[in-house]
Write a protein that binds this ligand. Structure first.
Ligand code: SAM
Length: 232
């Protein structure tokens, strides 16, 4: 956790980025965030190729308020899933949950790599909060333990209410299927959940990553997130 007047040392990729990519040295000021206390101004005290020491100077802003929206998505191929995590972070998702379905073809996920993409995206768009990245879970287990107060917008290429009309503020989640879609059995199980609302994303069948990002953007806009000005 960052604190006023604290001294800290960075190693690994963050140190490499500051010292070797940006070529910053003693006296340079940088902004840091820790996903808990918000954003801080810090000054580099010492920089070597592998290690950067900093002094935390001032608190700039608290951790941002995050719309209570989870994205549940069936893992897709590397490259596309990296893009999905990057864009979901930019759009402000609170939690990313990989869901294992019957037609999910990618079952092994490198969560550290995905987390690194989320951190990079948060830095790039000046978020002060990271989405929580959950362990992959089976669809049936997620449905069995579904929180009673959270609406589950289930993107169903078979049809539903347009998401733009259905989206409402309050705890919510969007569920996107794998490239092969959900099986009829899965579709019936999801629809049987009282909190599930089948929604449509329009007349075209979107790729899973496009569907996820389009749905996030729609929900965020409908729930008022896009009316909030850029915080700096
Ligand atoms: N193989 C499926 C088919 O041919 O019907 C298409 C699956 S689609 C590539 C992947 C996921 O994106 C779907 O399971 C669904 O969650 C979502 N999706 C894509 N287009 C959609 C749409 N127009 N409306 C609702 N959901 C959609």
């Amino acid at each position: 956790m960052l604190l006023a007047d604290a001294a800290l040392t960075l190693e690994g990729p963050p140190a490499n980025y500051l010292a070797n990519v940006l070529r910053l040295g003693p006296g340079a000021q940088v902004k840091l965030f820790d996903d808990r206390t918000g954003e801080w101004l810090a000054e580099i005290v010492e920089a070597s190729r592998k290690r950067v020491s900093l002094h935390v100077v001032a608190h700039l802003r608290p951790r941002e308020a995050v719309p209570d929206l989870w994205l549940l998505f069936a893992p897709i191929k590397r490259g596309r899933i990296d893009w999905l995590v990057e864009k979901a972070t930019e759009l402000g998702a609170a939690r990313l949950v990989p869901v294992l379905t019957q037609r999910t073809i990618v079952e092994r996920l490198n969560l550290d790599r995905l987390r690194a993409h989320a951190v990079e995206a948060a830095e790039q768009c000046e978020r002060t909060a990271l989405p929580e990245l959950a362990e992959p879970a089976k669809l049936a287990a997620l449905l069995a333990g579904w929180p009673p107060e959270r609406i589950l917008y289930f993107a169903d290429e078979g049809g539903g209410e347009p998401l733009l009309a259905a989206a409402a503020p309050g705890p919510a989640a969007i569920l996107i299927g794998p490239e092969g879609g959900f099986t009829d059995q899965e579709r019936a199980a999801i629809r049987a959940l009282p909190q599930a609302k089948p929604v449509s994303l329009g007349p075209r069948i979107l790729r899973a990553d496009t569907a996820a990002i389009a749905a996030l953007a729609l929900w965020m806009a409908a729930a008022g997130d896009w009316e909030v000005p850029v915080a700096r």
